[in-house]
Unconditional design. Structure first.
Length: 208
C-alpha cells in the first residue's frame, strides 16, 4: 500500500519518520528560534541524516510551515475534544468555537507546539518582510477564522450588530497570544478556571 504525503508517494510505515522530524523541528525552534534552527541540528535530534530530511521537506522554510500547520490542527482537535466535556461553555456556541482556536487547553502541562510555532511565525513575519513573509498568509488565515466566528455570531443575533467584527476578533486572538508571550517570559500561568467567569462576563457584555 502506498500513500501520498508532502508531494510524494510513500510507504505507510515511513510516516512515523515524518512525525519524528516534525517533533524535532518544534523542539529545535522552541530552543533556538526559527532563524538559528539548522537542518543539521534538527536531523541530529531526530537521529537522522540531514539528507533524509530533504527527502521529506525541500527546505527549512517548508518544514517550518508544515510543522506550524500540523501543530495548529492537532491543537484544534485536542481543544474540541476537551471542550466537549466543558458544559459551562455550551450556552454560547460562538465562544466555544473561539475557545477551540486557543493554542493550548486546560489539559496541557506546559507550552504546546502550537504556541511555540505560532509565536515564532509572528516573530519571523514581523522581523523579515522579505522571503520569510511567506508565513504571513497562514497567520492571516488563522485570524480570518476568528473573524468568521464573530461575523457569524453577529449575523445570527448572538452579538451586538454595531460591533466591529475585526476588532472583536483581534481582541480574542490577542488574549491567548499575549498570555503565551508572558508565560514564555517566565510569568506564571493563570489557571483556566479563572478565565471562565471573565469570558462569560465579556460574552454577556457583547450580547444584544
Amino acid at each position: 500500500m502506498i500513500v501520498f504525503s508532502d508531494g510524494r508517494h510513500r510507504r505507510p510505515w515511513a510516516l512515523g519518520i515524518r512525525q519524528v522530524i516534525l517533533d524535532a523541528t518544534t523542539e529545535e525552534i522552541a530552543l533556538k528560534g526559527f532563524h538559528y534552527a539548522r537542518i543539521a541540528s534538527i536531523a541530529k535530534r531526530a537521529n537522522l541524516t540531514p539528507g533524509s530530511l530533504y527527502r521529506w521537506f525541500e527546505s527549512k522554510e517548508v518544514l517550518f510551515r508544515v510543522a506550524l500547520e500540523e501543530a495548529l490542527n492537532a491543537q484544534l482537535a485536542s481543544n474540541i475534544q476537551n471542550l466537549a466535556k466543558y458544559e459551562e461553555s455550551q450556552s454560547k456556541q460562538w465562544l466555544l468555537q473561539i475557545a477551540a482556536l486557543v493554542p493550548r487547553n486546560r489539559s496541557d502541562t506546559g507550552p504546546t507546539a502550537a504556541q511555540v510555532l505560532l509565536l515564532e511565525a509572528y516573530y519571523v513575519s514581523w522581523r523579515d518582510k522579505g522571503k520569510d513573509s511567506k508565513y504571513l498568509p497562514r497567520l492571516e488565515e488563522h485570524f480570518a477564522t476568528y473573524q468568521k466566528i464573530i461575523n457569524d455570531a453577529i449575523a445570527s443575533g448572538e452579538l451586538q450588530t454595531d460591533l466591529d467584527p475585526q476588532l472583536v476578533a483581534m481582541l480574542f486572538l490577542a488574549v491567548p497570544t499575549g498570555l503565551a508571550i508572558l508565560q514564555f517570559s517566565g510569568l506564571p500561568r493563570v489557571p483556566d478556571e479563572s478565565w471562565i467567569p471573565l469570558y462569560q462576563a465579556l460574552a454577556k457584555m457583547l450580547s444584544p
